[in-house]
Design a protein around this ligand. Structure first.
Ligand code: FAD
Length: 478
C-alpha cells in the first residue's frame, strides 16, 4: 500500500518536509500532482504565465523523480475527487502534503481533509512554504500583525536557525497508476506564442532555482542594497518564480544567506533578508485576512472614485506599455516579454495605474496575475494594496511616484528603457525619460516620431497628481 505525496507549490525534492515524512514511513511512495480545475468560492484559474512556468516545472520534477527510479502521476479536476480516485485505485491510507495558506488552497484542502477523515484516511500537512506558521506569530494583544517592523522584530529570532533538510533518500516508489500526459493540459500557448521571450531568461525547476541562488550569491549579493534598485542590471536574486512554485524553500534561501553573510557587508545581507521577511509578512496577512485579494484592507478606499472598467482605454494603454512615460512602458513591456518585472518598476507602474490613471488596483492585480511568472496571491495583493495606499502598513497615498524623476534616478543611463522600448533606443540619456522635452532635431536624429511611433504622455504628471490628491481628500471627507 503506498503513501501518497501530494505535490503543490513545493515542486522540489530537497528540503521538502512532506516528501521526507512520507519517505520516513518506509512504505512505497506515490508522487502525485493534481491540476486543480475547479474548487470552492475562492477558486481562481491559473494565469497564463503561471501555466507556462508550471508546465516546465512539472516536466523538471517528473524528470527528477524518474532519475530516482519513480514517476510523477498527474491528475486533474477537483482536488478531492482526484485524490479519492487515486485512493480507490491504490488502497493508500496516508496522504502527505505541504500546508497551503491561500484562500483557494485552504478551501480545497479542508474539503479533502473532511472527505479523508470520513474514510479514516490520514491527511498530514507539513510546513515548508513559509519560514513561520502565520497563526503562531501574534501581537501582545493576540492579533495578527498589520505593521511590518514589529512583525519583523518578532519573526527574525524565530527563523534565525532555520535549517533545510537534505534529501539523501532512500526513494522507494510504488508502481504508479495511469497518469495524464502533461501536454494535454494545454499549459503552453500556441498561436500566438506570447511566451517565446520567456525561455531565454528562465530555467523552471529545482536545478534552475539553485543556479539562480548561486548566481545571486556570487554576482549580486555584494551590492544588493543599491543594485536592487537599478532595473538595467541583474541586481536581485530572480528567485521569485522559484519561491512561488516552491522549487526552492525559504529555509534553503535563508540558510544560504546566513552562511555567506559573515563574509559580506551587513547592509546587503540584512536588506535581502528583509525582502524574504516581507514575503512572510504578506503571507501572514493573507492567511489572516483572506479577503485582501479582492477587498481594500483600509475600508475608506471603498469610497475612492476608482475607474473599475476592465477594458477601459487607460487600462489598455497601460497594459500595452503605451502610456507615453518611458519607464512605465519599459516595465509593462518587460513583463509581457519576459514574464517578470523589476521590483522598483513594479512600484512605478502600480503607482501610475492607481494614482495617475485612478484605475482600481484590482485591475492591475488581475493583469499581474495573468502575466507574471512569479504570481503569488499574497505578494501580489499585498504590494498592489501597499502601492495604492489601501493596504496594511501601506505607502501614504500622497506618495505618488513621479515617473520621469524615478526613471532619471534609477535608470540614469536609460539602458533599461532602451532594452524594452526600442523606438526610443537612439535618444540620449538626457531625454530618454521625457522624450517630449527633446528638441525637434534631437528627436529626428534619433528617428523618434512622437505621437506616431511612440505616444505622447497620456496624462500630464502634475494634473494627474492633483486630481488623485483631490479625490483622496474628498474620500477622507477633508
Ligand atoms: P529579490 O529582491 O531578490 O528578493 C528576494 C525575494 O524576496 C523575492 O523573490 C520575493 O520572494 C521576496 N520579496 C522581494 N520583494 C518583496 C516584496 N515587496 N513583497 C513581498 N516579497 C518580496 N512578488 C512576487 O513574488 N509575486 C507577485 O505576484 C508580486 N507582485 C507584486 C506586485 C507589485 C505591484 C509590486 C510592487 C511588487 C510585487 N512583488 C511580487 C514583489 C517584488 O516585486 C518581487 O518579489 C521581486 O521583484 C522579485 O524579484 P527577485 O526575486 O529578484 O527579488
Amino acid at each position: 500500500v503506498p503513501v501518497l505525496v501530494l505535490f503543490r507549490n513545493d515542486l522540489r525534492l530537497e528540503d521538502n518536509q512532506a516528501l521526507l515524512a512520507a519517505q520516513r514511513t518506509g512504505a512505497p511512495i506515490l508522487c502525485v500532482y493534481v491540476h486543480e480545475t475547479e474548487g470552492g468560492s475562492a477558486f481562481r484559474p491559473l494565469g497564463g504565465a503561471s501555466r507556462w512556468w508550471l508546465h516546465h516545472s512539472l516536466a523538471a520534477l517528473s524528470a527528477a523523480i524518474a532519475n530516482k527510479g519513480g514517476a510523477l502521476v498527474l491528475r486533474s479536476g477537483r482536488l478531492v475527487s482526484a485524490i479519492e480516485a487515486l485512493i480507490a485505485e491504490t488502497g493508500a491510507r496516508h496522504v502527505h502534503a505541504t500546508r497551503r495558506f491561500d484562500p483557494a488552497g485552504r478551501q480545497a484542502d479542508e474539503e479533502l481533509a473532511d472527505a479523508l477523515a470520513a474514510s479514516d484516511i490520514a491527511f498530514e500537512r507539513h510546513d515548508g512554504f513559509l519560514l513561520h506558521d502565520p497563526s503562531s506569530i501574534r501581537t501582545s494583544s493576540d492579533r495578527h500583525y498589520s505593521v511590518f517592523s514589529p512583525f519583523a522584530r518578532k519573526l527574525i529570532p524565530v527563523i534565525q536557525d532555520a535549517q533545510p533538510e537534505a534529501n539523501d533518500g532512500p526513494f522507494h516508489f510504488f508502481d504508479p497508476p495511469q497518469s495524464d500526459d502533461l501536454s494535454t493540459y494545454g499549459f503552453l500557448p500556441t498561436s500566438p506564442n506570447w511566451a517565446a521571450g520567456f525561455a531565454p531568461h528562465w530555467q523552471p525547476g529545482e536545478v534552475g532555482a539553485q543556479k539562480s541562488l548561486e548566481r545571486f550569491l556570487t554576482d549580486a549579493l555584494d551590492d544588493y542594497a543599491t543594485g536592487r534598485d537599478r532595473p538595467a542590471v541583474q541586481g536581485t536574486s530572480r528567485l521569485s518564480p522559484h519561491l512561488a512554485f516552491g522549487e526552492i524553500g525559504p529555509r534553503q534561501v535563508w540558510r544560504a544567506i546566513e552562511t555567506v553573510g559573515p563574509q559580506k557587508t551587513g547592509r546587503d545581507v540584512t536588506t535581502f533578508q528583509r525582502e524574504i521577511v516581507f514575503r512572510e509578512f504578506a503571507w501572514q496577512l493573507l492567511a489572516n485576512r483572506p479577503e485582501m485579494t479582492w477587498d481594500n484592507i483600509d475600508g475608506r478606499f471603498d469610497r475612492f472614485p476608482w475607474d473599475e472598467d476592465p477594458n477601459g482605454a487607460p487600462l489598455r494603454a497601460w497594459r500595452k506599455g503605451r502610456t507615453g512615460y518611458p519607464i512605465v512602458d519599459a516595465g509593462m513591456r518587460q513583463l509581457w516579454q519576459t514574464g517578470w518585472m523589476h521590483n522598483r518598476v513594479r512600484m512605478i507602474v502600480a503607482s501610475f495605474l492607481t494614482k495617475h490613471l485612478m484605475v482600481h488596483w484590482k485591475r492591475g492585480e488581475e493583469w499581474f496575475h495573468d502575466t507574471l511568472i512569479d504570481f503569488d496571491p499574497a505578494n501580489n495583493a499585498f504590494n498592489w494594496q501597499w502601492t495604492a495606499g489601501s493596504g496594511a502598513d501601506a505607502a501614504p497615498f500622497f506618495r505618488i511616484f513621479a515617473p520621469v524623476t524615478q526613471g532619471r534616478k534609477f535608470d540614469s543611463e536609460g539602458n533599461y528603457v532602451r532594452a524594452f522600448v526600442p523606438e526610443l533606443a537612439a535618444l540620449p540619456a538626457k531625454f530618454i525619460h521625457a522624450p517630449w522635452e527633446a528638441p525637434d532635431d534631437v528627436l529626428s536624429e534619433a528617428g523618434v516620431k512622437l505621437g506616431s511611433d511612440y505616444p505622447r504622455p497620456m496624462v500630464d504628471h502634475s494634473v494627474a497628481r492633483e486630481r488623485a490628491l483631490d479625490a483622496f481628500k474628498a474620500m477622507k471627507g477633508d
